[in-house]
Design a protein around this ligand. Structure first.
Ligand code: FES
Length: 78
């Protein structure tokens, strides 16, 4: 299995690293990534190129410090 990693950048985007990144819109159409193995997705909501980060988080002073945590187990499905 090829590992894909998502790094939550403090005060910035989600950085996705992987050899075969696939990002689709809601209809399942893939975004053309031009062979990139690293892309950043906007986390601040102000990018003009959503879902991709365009660096605007710096201009708007986006603040969000995130630290890894453990999620509770998923609830059983009925
Ligand atoms: S996180 Fe970079 S523009 Fe939103």
């Amino acid at each position: 299995m090829i590992e894909t990693r998502i790094v939550v950048r403090n005060n910035g985007p989600y950085r996705i690293e992987g050899d075969n990144i696939i990002i689709t819109d809601e209809a399942g159409r893939p975004y053309g990534l031009a062979g990139r193995t690293v892309v950043s997705l906007c986390r601040c909501g102000t990018s003009a190129t959503k879902p991709f980060c365009d660096g605007n988080h710096n201009r708007v002073g986006f603040q969000s410090q995130c630290e890894a945590l453990e999620l509770p187990p998923p609830k059983p499905k009925p």
